[in-house]
Design a protein around this ligand. Sequence first.
Ligand SMILES: *Cc1c(COP(=O)(O)O)cnc(C)c1O
Length: 423
Amino acid sequence: MTSPDPRELRAQGLDAQDPLAAFRERFVIDDPELIYLDGNSLGRLPRASRALADKLIEEQWGARLIRGWEEGWMFSPERIGAKIAALIGAQPDEVILADATSINLFKLVVAALRYQPGRSTLLTDNLNFPSDLYVLESAIKLLDAGHQLKVLPSPDGIHGPVDEIQAQLDERVALLTLSHTTFKSSYTYDLAALTAAAHAAGALVLWDLSHSAGAVPIELNAADVDLAVGCTYKYLCGGPGAPAFLYVRRDLQERLESPLQGWMGRADMFAFDLQYAAHAGIRRFLTGTPAVLSLAMIEPGVDLLLEAGIDALRAKSIAQTEFLIEAWEGSLRDLGFALHSPREPAWRGSHISLGHPKALGIDQALIHAMKVIPDFRAPDNIRLGIAPLYTRFSDLHETLSRLEKIIRDDLHAEYRQTTPTVT
Ligand SMILES: *Cc1c(COP(=O)(O)O)cnc(C)c1O
């Protein structure tokens, strides 16, 4: 008989004590052998969402037809937005669901730049999500008013350039915009401290919460944050392509103008007046008809997160990322892996990036030979995403064992040439 692996025993013990363990059963898990560590890219399907989808199609769309707009569809963007507000420390009327994150970012960036005449600098960093940078560039092009984008480089590719950001914040800066948790390294900024620093320089702040919402505590009101956007298909489990959210602090709502006026953001839209007049409050940031069906799918996941509580989710997420990092220190480091995430829990979100010169082959071997789904981010990062609602410590132990086996037995060799289109 082989003696039990101490890491496996530890994982089993931690799972047995996990106060959130029962939430896993609230998700559709058709293949119990598949280890899913990509909840930071696409969250699992809540069982309640599957039931809701049937109901929506048959009872609402099928039976109620156009009457559905009166019966809840029209205000579902703000009704479900209010629940997300509770997850991110905002008032219920400060968050609304609309469009994709990139599009919401565009609307809010243009609105913010127009609100700050005389200030021409946009500050961000090179850890930001590339789409965010594309959006900033297109906002600058559209405005054609001489704005300048400064993309401050991370000192090591892992940590945010905090000192550099502080040094650059002056009277020329119109807007500071960053990902709260960065998609590659998982570095998490001190949202309150940087918001205060930006405000001291008279700049507005816009946080992209896509990799934080539902996993990391966020207090937008307490930090007096101006603007935020975020995604609902990651930790929020809203489903592929689910509409994103946007936040505008209440006192700014009437002072900012959406650059994309449409009937859904108009006051009294059914007057069909040919002249636009913005709706009061957050609704002015809507443009066209909301995607009612995919919007509705966001609610069950948000309800699960609210029921679990963000502090319990964060405590488990930290315990799990620590578990991975301790295993990296214990064995993976000697197998050629580098830690591409901050070592200090306060400075990271809910995923861990491991660097390896053969990362893409290892990622493909995990997926195709080992039934583990992580993801890969160029050039050499394997991301292991922890969704505390359904990730078990034993999943992490198993993943680590399979990673060790892939390296020891050179199982990644045959995947070296693979170039998948979606990683
Ligand atoms: C996932 C993610 C997005 C997604 O943008 P979409 O326009 O909704 O596709 C945006 N920003 C960040 C930081 C992300 O992690």
